[in-house]
Design a protein around this ligand. Structure first.
Ligand SMILES: Cc1cc2nc3c(=O)[nH]c(=O)nc-3n(C[C@H](O)[C@H](O)[C@H](O)COP(=O)(O)O)c2cc1C
Length: 447
């Protein structure tokens, strides 16, 4: 059932290679892209050709990955990366992740509003609470209990927003004749004191074309929904089934209603990690090549997902599950991806190919021609599972272009996706209402 609405797309941007951890050594990829801002700009421009509403940059304050064979997964630094991209793009939104636990609200407010002004109203802040002890260690601290981190998150977002509004919309006079630069009466302190953070203000940055940055959120659970329901215009999800996605979106919309907002103000983005090829075999082979080193190590986990831990082993990598294994296999209740894994196994693929279907990847992986990805997106969107997608490309170097040249036109032909940007700011792209300073509808921080 089409609702008449069109889906909104965001592009995941990370390490400069792609979302598969071995993308750094794929053919045609410069293995030094991790430090190449030119590469990041190129990928951003490709996404902009596809009329993506925003780039989404995850961030972790210290990664613990084993770098022997796999790359890091994040940019060198998200704000620097987006500053470089802002100068080389015109329309696409720029959403960076920033921790509410390991930043002061004044730092966040200043950096994001500067990016917003620099990009002419395209900045967004993905506010995350950070629960990783590795990140805490980099600040010489320990991870505080969740209630404390969420209280601090509410305070940090509210203070940042208040600081954004502390330079009045028309405070900047800059009248060379009279000699008045600004009207200090319209640039006022915020004087906010929370339990964990505080700021006097003002923040001396005038409004951008969208007023101030848009808030995003990527948290899960009740605390995450509560935070997003109050402040977020976009929520980045990790969901594996239409039902789960619909439930999460509904919980979010309910949280927005509780906060006195119109639920349509919060857009929920499901993840998708397409594997695209001229045929299904080609799409699978692309993934097989990418997983060459990691695949054997993943077999035991696949066994656990199918409740076959004892019998599934690496020697069987190029064979399908035996009839005896299939007869007793069942999806593990501990991993939501297990149902899909069993479905694929029952189709008779070898274990190597089952893994190439992305059954252990972070997001659903439609495998095949571009139309398979378009069908997946259409099905989820029309089922009310999401307002759009954040798209994670396996190898950025050619994969973003493939998506833009092959999937985007299909979505457009089907009336599911816009032909061009309708506005110029991130707020326009998301359909988010105007806001300057604190949202007057949001009362005191949650208990
Ligand atoms: C799709 C998705 C993407 C996320 N991206 C990030 C990220 O880039 N950086 C980060 O620190 N946390 C990220 N998170 C984690 C959550 O935002 C949250 O802060 C974290 O799980 C801590 O949760 P807690 O404070 O409720 O324990 C992401 C979560 C999801 C579901």
């Amino acid at each position: 059932m089409t609702t008449g609405k069109q889906m909104i797309l965001g592009m995941h941007l990370g390490n400069g290679y792609g979302s598969q951890s071995s993308a750094w050594r794929a053919p045609g990829v410069d293995p030094a892209n991790y430090t190449s801002f030119d590469a990041q700009v190129r990928y951003a421009q490709a996404a902009e050709r596809g009329k993506f509403a925003f780039l989404f940059l995850p961030d972790f304050l210290g990664e613990q990955a084993d770098l022997t064979r796999e790359s890091l997964m994040i940019t060198l630094e998200p704000m620097m990366t987006l500053a470089a991209i802002a100068r080389e793009t015109k329309r696409i939104g720029l959403v960076a992740t920033g921790s509410t636990t390991f930043n002061e609200p004044f730092n966040i407010a200043r950096q994001f509003k500067a990016l917003d002004v620099m990009s002419h109203g395209r900045a967004g802040w993905n506010a995350v609470t950070t629960s990783d002890p590795v990140a805490a260690a980099n600040y010489g601290r320990a991870i505080a209990p969740r209630p404390e981190r969420y209280q601090r998150a509410h305070e940090t977002i509210q203070i940042a927003q208040a600081l954004w509004g502390s330079w009045g919309r028309d405070a900047w006079v800059k009248d060379t004749k009279t000699g008045y630069f600004a009207d200090p009466a319209k640039i006022q302190p915020v004087n906010l004191q929370g339990e964990y953070v505080a700021s006097r203000g003002p923040l001396s940055i005038p409004p951008s074309e969208q007023g101030q940055p848009v808030i995003f959120s990527a948290g899960g659970g009740g605390n995450g929904a509560e935070l997003a329901g109050r402040y977020a215009s976009g929520v980045i999800g990790a969901v594996f089934t239409i039902e789960d996605s619909r439930n999460q979106r509904e919980a979010l919309r309910e949280a927005a209603r509780r906060a006195g907002r119109d639920p349509d103000e919060v857009k929920f983005f499901a993840g998708v990690m397409p594997a695209i090829g001229a045929t299904k075999r080609e799409a699978l082979d692309r993934r097989v090549a990418l997983g060459e080193l990691a695949t054997p190590a993943r077999v035991p986990y696949l066994g656990a997902m199918l409740n076959l831990p004892a019998t599934l082993n690496v020697s069987q990598l190029d064979e399908p599950l035996t009839p005896a294994q299939l007869a007793v296999a069942s999806p593990s209740p501990f991993d939501p991806r297990s149902v899909r894994a069993l479905e694929v196994a029952r189709e008779g693929w070898t274990i190597r190919d089952i893994l190439a279907h992305g059954v252990i990847d972070y997001h659903p992986t439609p495998v095949g021609t571009a139309s398979v990805t378009a069908d997946h997106m259409q099905e989820w969107f029309e089922a009310g599972a999401c307002d759009g997608f954040w798209v994670s490309i396996d190898i950025n170097e050619d994969g973003i272009d493939t998506f833009v040249e092959e999937v985007v036109p299909l979505l457009q032909e089907r009336g599911l996706y816009h032909e061009d940007y309708e506005g110029t700011t991130l707020r326009d792209h998301l359909g988010a209402p105007a806001q300057y300073g604190l949202d007057p509808r949001i009362a005191a921080p949650a208990e």
